[in-house]
Design a protein around this ligand. Structure first.
Ligand SMILES: [Zn+2]
Length: 262
């Protein structure tokens, strides 16, 4: 955490000595990984480790675990509870710029590999660790590593990059900490949305309101329209018979025999 591996789009603002210091510290901290895995530099300061697989299928496609060790600037150090590059441990938490994004993930990979090597483990298929040095500035090292592997005819079986955190209060109604499993990189989606309706009161569009069980407020009332409550449980909603055919239920979207939706 003490290495100020701060990214910048302006080369002269990148302190190369801090990046080299971090790389040297990794070699000191993870000797088994550095002894057993091949290591090559990509694009100068990005690292690509290869842990050779020993499984029966030499053509098995490799897995790639990614992380990056550059960080965004820390801003005003006075604004931090503990200095951003102190690596302060307060008994429960490690403080510093990059603990979450993304040196934590990088170190988790290295710790796991180091202990697995000490335990005599060898992966079935080749395993790559691709550690970037300029992710925060949308730099080119990850792309260079991908090109390098592609140029060797390699199509990974799995690529795992940094993802979301275990977050509290991230979703309405979820009170416990929740982890998000990300299965794709975010991108851009342009949507043009067109609706047609005869119009009506801005808060109660007629067609939509009927379909969703809204009732118009009584004339002269300022109260918001209230949704008529269906007391039929979602389980019972799947019922219905020849006499009480299924109707769309606003609560469970299944057939609802209750009078509110008949
Ligand atoms: Zn990140």
């Amino acid at each position: 955490m003490r290495f100020r591996t701060v990214s910048s789009r302006r080369d002269h603002e990148v302190d190369a000595a801090e990046f080299e210091g971090f790389i040297a510290a990794l070699a000191r901290l993870y000797p088994a990984v550095h002894a057993a895995l091949d290591l090559e530099r990509v694009n100068g300061s990005a690292l690509l480790f290869r842990w050779p697989g020993t499984g029966p299928d030499p053509a098995a496609r490799p897995s790639v675990l990614m992380a990056h060790y550059d960080v965004v600037p820390a801003g005003d150090p006075e604004a931090w509870t503990h200095p951003p590059f102190s690596g302060h441990i307060d008994g429960t938490h490690l403080w510093g710029r990059g603990t979450l994004d993304d040196k934590g993930q990088l170190v988790a990979v290295m710790e796991a590999a180091e202990s697995l090597l000490e335990a005599g483990f060898a992966p079935a298929r080749d395993l790559y660790f691709s550690f970037g040095n300029n992710e925060e500035t949308a730099g080119d090292s990850a792309a260079a590593a991908a090109e390098l592997l592609a140029g060797r005819g390699m199509t990974p079986w799995l690529v795992l990059d940094e993802g979301g955190a275990v977050a509290g209060g991230a979703f309405p109604g979820v009170t416990r900490p929740a982890a998000v499993v990300g299965v794709a990189e975010k991108g851009i989606l342009d949507v043009e949305l067109l609706t047609r309706d005869p119009g009506g009161h801005a808060s109660t569009l007629p067609g939509w309101a009927r379909r969703h069980g809204w009732r118009a407020p009584s004339p002269g009332s300022n109260a918001a329209p209230s949704r008529s409550r269906c007391r039929t449980s979602p389980r019972r909603c799947s019922g219905g018979s020849a006499r009480t055919p299924r109707r769309r239920c606003g609560q469970c979207s299944q057939g609802c025999p209750c009078s509110a939706h008949r």
